[in-house]
Ligand binder design. Sequence first.
Ligand SMILES: Nc1ncnc2c1ncn2[C@@H]1O[C@H](COP(=O)(O)OP(=O)(O)OP(=O)(O)O)[C@@H](O)[C@H]1O
Length: 268
Amino acid sequence: MSVTVTASSRSEIPDVRPEALVRMEDVGKVYPNGTVAVQQADLHVGEGEFLCFVGPSGCGKSTIFNMIAGLTDPTSGRLSVLGTSPKEARKRSELAFVFQEHTLLPWANLIDNVTMPLTLRGVPKKRRVEEGERVLELVGLKDYTKVLPRQLSGGMKMRVSIARALVSRPKLLLMDEPYGALDEITRQTLQDELLRIWQQDRAMSVLFITHNVFEAVYLSTRVVVMTPRPGKIADIVDIDVPFPRTDEYRSSPEFGNYVRQVSDVLKH
Ligand SMILES: Nc1ncnc2c1ncn2[C@@H]1O[C@H](COP(=O)(O)OP(=O)(O)OP(=O)(O)O)[C@@H](O)[C@H]1O
């Protein structure tokens, strides 16, 4: 694969359409050790979308997220995020990340944990407390402001991580297998909570990695299906089902058809 891309062409895209939050054109990533992690990825993400990424282990899902988050550079192609380079978008705090590991500060109570991004930006305390209470209420933890992370269950810790990501009011939320370690009931509850928050005004687009096809079909407006390494986008499946989604949808023939459609792409 040709990877002759200059540093400047990597991050600067003059003809960005304002409505495209992520614009990825022919993007590739070869790590310094020669591993070809991503090849020829084309993807446009619009406002208010919910995209799930599925694919076998090692197919480059996290690499795509890390490139969008400006944590690693593409080695070919063009990528813009929120109309600018990924690194610049990250600096503007319009992009937030949630990982499977909660990475909460063990010595800080919940309000201090969720407002840490604001503290680092020098936001005054009164405003921080207001914003912290807002996001803890959003995730159903408004009575837990003074509690320490060790007093919480796994599902509650994940809620706190989501609250911390929301505190900056991001336009783009990247979630890398956030619910992978949770039991099925907690997982479904958190799926519904996330959809409820996202649906409130759909001012934020969510990109969500999962190994679970059922989860992808339940949450998404579109499912991005990736092939094994070198990772390519094999297909993007539109999930043409209105929100809010319910348990009825989970047990409907329509849901089963979408699961089959995504699974078929994964198998080929
Ligand atoms: N920093 C790195 N240096 C070299 N190779 C890497 C690096 N990071 C990832 N890789 C390799 O790139 C490929 C894609 O990895 P990536 O983590 O993006 O896949 P993934 O689809 O997210 O996998 P998983 O579902 O297991 O998390 C893998 O072969 C991985 O070993």
